[in-house]
Design a protein around this ligand. Structure first.
Ligand code: GMT
Length: 391
């Protein structure tokens, strides 16, 4: 018995980390877009993905329940996930599973596939690599062999940038084909609406003040201290404010540093926010000084809203930001360079306007959901062996 079929709408299981983080955002937005195109989407996750409203048509949510037994120091989530994947796939006749972030999702999907194979059911699975699953966590010796195994056993593997594809081939000695399908943004949702900007902006910046923004999960890789240091220099040169959206382990470092540098009263710590599409367009400039970004989804979301980013030349960022055209790139830790660039850009309204327009064009021409979702659909059909010449 096979769950795969022809060109009818597909039944797709999606697993991701449902909390705040780029991979969960991409997986959730992908599910929403696929459902909008008529596919049936089943999220199989530990809690509801944070961008789901629960009111979308053709989207179902299946929670992975963890059984806590005193013997378990760490309840085996990977096994509970595999069990739920197999159940959902069988009960709802899924065509395929699409897991985001290799660890442990690809291995749980492999187990689910084997469990169903024992019943004569074929369940292909696709793994999308997002970044730290390859560049950080996956390289740890305790995870490397099993991450490589999960990648090798996947029926299809995609990476969110060419950089990440190449890095996976090198670091994991993986020889199989990896399809590059870059991240996307819904350009109708992430768009600067003048009326909304006019209404929202006075909440965050006064007349004559410029407004910078940073959005992340506040992990060390994001270098939040650099964001605050760059901002402090900008605020010294001209009246400015900073919106910090998100939360995570380095938030208190940022708060402490802001006090040390005397700019805490100029920074809005907004915490985790759902509708970042309403906040990003309000800013003039984004700061993304990360140690590493395999793609840099936050920059893309800002760019779609006509907000250019000052970012670091790392990982896959240069596949998104064309230095000097739709944003600016610097070496990691170049606080002075980033601050000076921000100041001269903010002092030149025509140039920042031009860069913002180029940023929006990049999002529209290369990274819109309309373009990228079609690539995922075609890839699904290829893996299922149901591709037609036109798909
Ligand atoms: O940044 C992380 O800690 C992991 C991961 C996540 O879930 O947010 O981020 C990665 O995936 C995003 C979505 O594909 C990419 O935009 C980020 O660049 C990537 N992060 C890194 O490579 C550090």
């Amino acid at each position: 018995m096979s769950l795969a079929s022809d060109a009818r709408p597909l039944r797709i299981g999606i697993t991701c980390y449902p909390t705040y983080g780029g991979s969960g955002v991409v997986a959730t937005e992908l599910g929403i877009e696929l459902a909008a195109r008529g596919h049936e989407v089943h999220f199989i996750t530990s809690s509801p993905p944070f961008r789901l409203t629960g009111r979308e048509s053709r989207i179902h949510f299946h929670q992975v329940e963890l059984f806590h037994y005193p013997l378990f120091e760490h309840p085996p989530y990977d096994l509970a996930l595999a069990t739920r994947m197999a159940e959902v796939a069988e009960f709802y006749s899924l065509d395929l599973l699409h897991v985001h972030y290799a660890i442990p999702h690809s291995v749980s999907a492999y187990l689910a596939k084997q469990m169903l194979a024992a019943k004569g059911i074929h369940l292909p699975f696709i793994t999308t690599l997002h970044g730290t699953d390859i560049t950080l966590v996956g390289l740890d010796r305790s995870y490397l062999p099993i991450t490589k195994f999960g990648i090798d056993q996947s029926d299809g593997v995609t990476a969110i940038s060419s950089y990440l594809r190449d890095r996976t081939h090198q670091a994991f000695k993986v020889e199989r084909e990896i399809e590059v399908i870059r991240n996307f943004v819904n350009c109708d949702v992430y768009v600067a609406r003048p009326a909304l900007v006019a209404e929202m902006r006075p909440r965050y910046a006064g007349p004559g003040e410029t407004l910078l923004v940073h959005l992340s999960n506040f992990r060390p890789v994001k270098r939040i201290a650099d964001v605050v240091k760059v901002f402090a220099k900008v605020a010294e040169a001209r009246p400015s404010r900073l919106m910090l959206i998100g939360d995570g382990p380095d938030r208190s470092t940022a708060e402490y540093l802001a006090r040390q540098l005397g700019v805490s009263d100029r920074i809005h710590f907004l915490g985790k926010q759902d509708n970042v599409n309403e906040l990003l367009p309000v800013a003039d400039l984004m700061l993304m000084p990360s140690e590493m970004e395999s793609f840099g989804l936050a920059a893309l979301e800002a760019m779609a809203c006509r907000v250019p980013a000052i970012a670091t030349r790392v990982g896959g960022v240069s596949e998104l930001i064309d230095d000097g055209v739709n944003g600016l790139l610097f070496e990691v830790g170049d606080i002075d360079g980033m601050a000076q660039a921000a100041i001269s850009l903010l002092n030149d309204p025509a140039r920042i306007e031009q860069m913002g327009a180029a940023a929006r064009r990049t999002a529209q021409n290369h990274f819109c959901a309309t373009t990228i979702i079609a690539k995922y659909e075609a890839y699904y059909r290829r893996i299922l062996g149901t591709a037609t010449k036109s798909s």
